[in-house]
Design a protein around this ligand. Structure first.
Ligand code: AMP
Length: 304
């Protein structure tokens, strides 16, 4: 039998059990605002926070990795917030898989997971809400009355319990990001909001917990959303500045897909989200919502 060269024997030695890196310590799990606040009080140093509704995918995990890179500690919350769902929306059937979520967060090396119960967040007699007035009016605010009031309220409550220095939000929920930025500025919240890029599947579909609802046929069709936005972005880059032409370009691509039921296509001011008319002479957000069956999917690109 051939001799194992010396350098390979050394490599084997390096993989010996004693020299393997230690396994990540599982995160601490905190289930009440009081427990969360106590943990924060006992753990000084920069804290990054990633609020989620669970059923984690690579989009969430990108936020988590960024927080771990940029902060001494990272806390992730998982809370399917009842106050941001309308009466006929998917609150009760929103996908949940706590065991898988915790395994992913543990492997990523987060310090703590905040998993409050609905009655801890909204005890009997609860009656306080945060309302951001203007940037909540159009788009998702118009389609889902009360949605952003639920979002801002829960995010401020989570911030109060977690005590983060930075909080990570995805650009996929573009209006939500702008609403949170406005709230943080208006209420002197003292948390740095860090926007993170949209993470997509290989075929371009923006990752979303709701993608599991799609039938195989709908899943094959869904990347049309990104393609329609990319077509318009190419026009923008080639110099097209007419708001209707850009919106129409998206709508006409989507028209070709019978499974996509378009709810809106919007070209709006990138900060205020006021809908743009005529010539576009400032950074804009091109966004859309389309339903595939009962599943509502969002996507957007910034034209800057
Ligand atoms: P959710 O669990 O849907 O409430 O999302 C939690 C956070 O993850 C929000 O800040 C989302 O914008 C962000 N997020 C969700 N999907 C993606 C994605 N595909 N890319 C980047 N961020 C995402």
């Amino acid at each position: 039998m051939a001799q194992v060269p010396a350098d390979l024997r050394d490599a084997r030695f390096l993989l010996d059990e004693d020299t393997r890196p230690p396994q990540p310590v599982p995160p601490v799990i905190l289930t009440t605002p009081t427990a969360m606040r106590r943990w924060r009080a006992a753990n000084s140093g920069t804290l990054g926070f990633v609020p989620t509704m669970g059923y984690l995918h690579e989009g969430h995990m990108e936020l988590v990795r960024r927080s771990i890179e940029e902060n001494l500690h990272t806390v992730v919350s998982i809370f399917v917030n009842p106050t941001q769902f309308g009466p006929h929306e998917d609150f009760s059937r929103y996908p949940r898989d706590e065991v898988r979520d915790l395994a992913q967060l543990s492997a990523a090396g987060v310090d703590a997971v905040y998993l409050p119960g609905a009655t801890d967040m909204y005890p009997e007699g609860y009656q306080t809400y945060v309302e951001v007035e203007q940037v909540t009016q159009a788009l998702e605010g118009a389609a889902r009355p009360g949605h952003f009031r639920g979002v801002t309220t829960v995010v401020l409550k989570l911030f109060n319990a977690v005590g983060p220095d930075r909080a990570y939000f995805g650009r996929k929920d573009a209006q939500q990001l702008r609403v949170i930025q406005r709230m943080v500025r208006d209420l002197d919240v003292g948390v740095e909001v860090v926007p993170c890029e949209i993470v997509r599947e290989a075929d371009g579909l923006a990752m979303s917990s709701r993608n599991v609802y799609l039938t195989p046929e709908q899943r094959v069709a869904a990347p049309i959303l990104e393609r329609s936005l990319e077509d318009a972005r190419a026009m923008w880059e080639a110099g097209e500045r007419d708001a209707d032409a850009l919106r129409d370009a998206v709508a006409s691509v989507l028209d070709g897909e019978l499974l996509a039921d378009v709810e809106y296509v919007s070209l709006a001011d990138n900060v205020t989200l006021d809908e743009l008319r005529g010539e576009v002479n400032r950074p804009a957000l091109l966004s859309l919502v389309a339903k595939f069956g009962k599943t509502r999917l969002l996507d957007n690109v910034e034209l800057v």
